[in-house]
Design a protein around this ligand. Structure first.
Ligand code: SAM
Length: 234
């Protein structure tokens, strides 16, 4: 498994040393173990975990410079994409946010066992983003599989400082989503810079990353309550 992980990441031009490969193996084993007693993922086959969880997550490294950056993963679930990014690029200052306590228990156990430093925050994005110690404090906000972009932008953008980035990992529907979210992104102080296609080696999957730059402040009234975001996306 160790050499498979190293070779897979090498195909993505990411160098993984022995220590990082071992951290990924521990993470994968714990994901499979804990998944027996709680709902973490539908993907449990070893190589699939490497490709669809770890590979997909670290593909974000090709979309921005993460070195030494403060990063928040909003709706991280079992840690994707934030935790693989941190393992691959340890200089990241990582915050993992999720509304479900059990998932944070899992993440704490993985961080402890792999010796990974991360701040774990249990809360809803729309509440945490009102807290002065998190609002507009991050260089980069990342999210995967949390909400459509017109809602996700309202969840993520308030965390990003001016000049920072929001990166949303998406599938082939990213182009339509981005169109529908143009107004939301602008209202929240951002601008869609690019939709980049991601090639995941050994798969036919069409993945994309939507890259949004924060060019102004997010008005104080955002984010709204989640029900409101859903009912009336910006
Ligand atoms: N990002 C992970 C991934 O790609 O595997 C998890 C995706 S899972 C489908 C969505 C996650 O977002 C869940 O863990 C859920 O608890 C979290 N979530 C949904 N709405 C949220 C909110 N308003 N604030 C914080 N977390 C939220």
């Amino acid at each position: 498994m160790k050499s498979y992980i190293k070779e897979y990441f090498a195909k993505m031009n990411i160098e993984i040393n022995d220590k990082k490969a071992e951290q990924f193996i521990t993470y994968k084993d714990m994901l499979k173990e804990w998944n027996k007693v709680m709902n973490l993922t539908g993907i449990t086959e070893d190589r699939e975990v490497v490709i669809k969880h770890f590979g997909d997550s670290v593909s974000l490294l090709s979309a921005a410079d993460f070195e030494g950056k403060s990063v928040i993963d909003v709706g991280t679930g079992a840690g994707f994409p934030g935790l693989p990014l941190k393992i691959a690029c340890p200089s990241i200052e990582l915050t993992l946010l999720d509304a479900l306590r059990k998932r944070l228990d899992f993440l704490k156990a993985v961080c402890d066992k792999t010796g990974t430093e991360a701040e774990l925050v249990h809360g809803r994005a729309e509440d945490t983003a009102k807290d002065g110690s998190y609002r507009e404090k991050f260089d980069i906000a990342v999210s995967r599989a949390v909400a459509e972009l017109n809602i996700l932008a309202e969840m993520d953008m308030p965390f990003v400082k001016k000049g920072g980035l929001m990166l949303a990992l998406k599938g082939p529907g990213a182009y339509d989503e981005a169109k529908r979210a143009e107004n939301a992104v602008r209202t929240l102080g951002g601008e869609i810079r690019e939709i980049r296609k991601i090639i995941l080696p050994e798969t036919e999957l069409e993945h994309t990353v939507i890259i949004i730059e924060k060019i102004g402040e997010t008005p104080r009234e955002y984010p709204r309550r989640f029900k409101k975001m859903e009912r009336a996306p910006l």
